[in-house]
Ligand binder design. Structure first.
Ligand code: NDP
Ligand code: OXD
Length: 310
């Protein structure tokens, strides 16, 4: 029998307790899942932000910390964490992100706002969108989420360019990497989707100089992390029309303060970090199967490289 500590908030325990117990049983893991195991008897920690564990030092027998979130920027800064860390890669979360990114891409591509807000009796049939093949989309970050979004956008006909840290060869998209690759990826892009993790290297990836490389009137869609974009540079680019509209799901401060300039800005759409929430049923299966595999000698899945920060 292994001891699994659920170290997350009360509301997440309500959502996850039953799915985790079911998934552990289905994966053949004999486990005691509780919120109050002592550090010295804990074999695995299921971790969520805002939970009770800040100091991982006493968890000397813990074999892995399994994060309930895909993004790990907060926990990787915790110097007491020396145990292996796994991030969340959940098929339902991926599908949710694909739906959200495709939805917001199509809104901008089709210019839906003009018709939703322009029911004024005037028949303007001379303005219509290009076909997707004439609308290049660039995705910054082509890992679990960015690559899946790229495939879906390709299916709809968009020419997709993806950018990553290391060289990649992903079907149906032009793959670029490194600084030169970033400049090429952004040059002339009409829609840019940010799905990078937050690290010291990715902060302000979209700064003034890089926003200037986009096609005039470009659209920005950011479900990655707020600090990936230089906020002041974005506001300036919206002002000149270099960027026509930004749809932002993530922010430097969350919740986004009520008096923040982004709220109510006519060229910004704020969504409250809901692009892709981890779904308990599928996430519980991912965690249970990872533990089961590890107990049977397989390497841990979705391990975070602490040096890279993601
Ligand atoms: P992955 O780790 O699978 O992919 C990250 C991608 O970013 C990889 O392609 C990686 O390159 C690239 N990357 C990292 N650092 C750099 C760099 N310095 N330069 C260029 N490329 C870089 O992450 P996921 O796809 O699972 O998730 C991405 C992010 O999405 C999460 O970190 C999180 O912040 C955010 N997220 C947001 C959600 C929401 O609801 N808004 C929900 C879930 C996640 P390489 O392939 O070479 O490693
Ligand atoms: C995540 C997120 O990282 O919801 O999972 O942003």
């Amino acid at each position: 029998m292994i001891n699994i500590l659920f170290a997350a908030t009360d509301d997440l325990w309500r959502d996850y307790e039953s799915p985790l117990k079911r998934a552990l049983e289905a994966a053949g893991v004999a486990a005691n899942l509780r919120r109050d195991h002592g550090a010295e008897v804990t074999d695995y920690i299921i971790f969520g932000p805002g939970g009770p564990v800040d100091d991982f030092t006493p968890f000397t027998r813990c074999k892995a910390v399994l994060n309930l979130w895909a993004g790990v920027e907060k926990i990787t800064q915790n110097k007491t964490l020396t145990q292996p860390l796994c991030r969340m890669v959940d098929p339902s979360l991926t599908n949710a992100m694909v739906e959200w990114v495709v939805g917001h891409t199509m809104r901008h591509h089709l210019g839906m706002d003009a018709h939703i807000h322009g029911q004024d009796g005037i028949w303007r049939n001379d303005v219509y969108p290009p076909i997707a093949a004439d609308r290049p989309v660039t995705i910054l970050g082509i890992g679990a989420l960015g690559a899946a979004c790229g495939q879906a956008l390709h299916q709809l006909g968009f020419p997709v360019t993806g950018w990553s840290r290391s060289p990649k060869d992903i079907p149906n998209m032009r793959c670029l990497h490194g600084d030169d690759g970033l400049n090429t990826a952004l040059s002339g892009a009409q829609i840019v989707v940010l799905l990078l993790p937050m690290t010291a290297q990715t902060e302000n990836t979209l700064n003034a100089a890089r926003l200037a490389m986009l096609a005039p009137g470009a659209f920005i869609i950011n479900p990655g992390r707020g600090p990936l974009i230089d906020d002041a540079a974005l506001l300036a680019a919206l002002e000149t029309g270099q960027v026509a509209h930004a749809t932002l799901d993530v922010f430097r401060t969350e919740p986004l303060p009520q008096d923040h300039v982004f709220w109510g800005h006519p060229q910004i759409t704020v969504t409250p970090h809901i692009a892709a929430t981890t779904r308990p049923d599928t996430a519980a299966r991912v965690i249970a199967e990872n533990i089961a595999g590890h107990e049977n000698g397989a390497p841990l899945q979705n391990r975070v490289d602490r040096g890279r920060g993601y």
